[in-house]
Design a protein around this ligand. Structure first.
Ligand code: SF4
Ligand code: SF4
Length: 160
C-alpha cells in the first residue's frame, strides 16, 4: 500500500493561514447553492406511493373482515425472522385467521419481502405502510401485536 506523505506548507502559507481561508471560501460558496436536503423534522418530504415504512395488516375494505388467512407465508419469507403467526379457525368454521400476529419492528429491515407471497389477492393482507416515526425508549415498544398492526402505532410527528 502506498501512503502519500502530507506536503509541508511553506512558511508564508503557514503564517497567513492560506489553507484555512481556502476552506472557508468553499463553505461560503456552498452557502448560496440551492439545498438538496430537507431540514427534517421542520420540513418533510411528500412520501412517494411506493415508500416502504413498517409493514402492517389491513382488513377487507368492504366487509371489514380480516384478510389474513394465517398461512404463514410472510413469516417464512422474512429474512430477519421477525414475524410470528399462530392460526385459529374463523368463527364461521371456514378458513383460518391469525390468533396471534406479531412483527418485531426492531428487527425489521423494511425489505418488503413479506408482502409478495401473501395469497390474499387482489388485496394483500400485509402491506408496507407509510409509518416511519416510531422511535422509542423501550425495546418492547417495537414488538407490535395484531391490534396495533391494524390500527398503527400512535401518531407521533417530531417537530423540533
Ligand atoms: S419488511 Fe422484510 S424484514 Fe420487515 S417483516 Fe417484512 S420481510 Fe421481514
Ligand atoms: S399476512 Fe398474508 S402471508 Fe402473512 S399470514 Fe396473513 S395471509 Fe399469510
Amino acid at each position: 500500500m502506498h501512503i502519500e506523505k502530507r506536503k509541508k506548507l511553506s512558511f508564508l502559507k503557514r503564517i497567513f493561514l492560506i489553507e484555512l481561508f481556502k476552506g472557508l471560501m468553499v463553505t461560503l460558496k456552498n452557502q448560496f447553492r440551492p439545498h438538496t436536503t430537507v431540514e427534517y423534522p421542520k420540513e418533510r418530504l411528500v412520501l412517494k406511493e411506493r415508500f416502504r415504512g413498517v409493514p402492517r395488516l389491513r382488513m377487507h375494505p368492504e366487509t371489514a373482515e380480516e384478510l389474513c388467512v394465517a398461512c404463514g407465508n410472510c413469516a417464512e419469507a422474512c429474512p430477519d425472522n421477525c414475524i410470528t403467526v399462530v392460526a385459529e379457525t374463523r368463527a364461521s368454521g371456514k378458513g383460518k385467521q391469525p390468533k396471534i400476529f406479531i412483527i418485531d419492528y426492531e428487527r425489521c429491515c423494511l425489505c418488503g419481502l413479506c408482502v409478495d407471497p401473501c395469497p390474499t389477492k387482489p388485496i394483500s393482507a400485509i402491506y408496507m405502510s407509510h409509518d416511519y416515526e416510531l422511535a422509542s425508549y423501550t425495546r418492547e415498544k417495537f414488538i407490535t401485536e395484531k391490534d396495533r398492526l391494524y390500527s398503527g402505532h400512535e401518531k407521533r410527528e417530531y417537530k423540533k
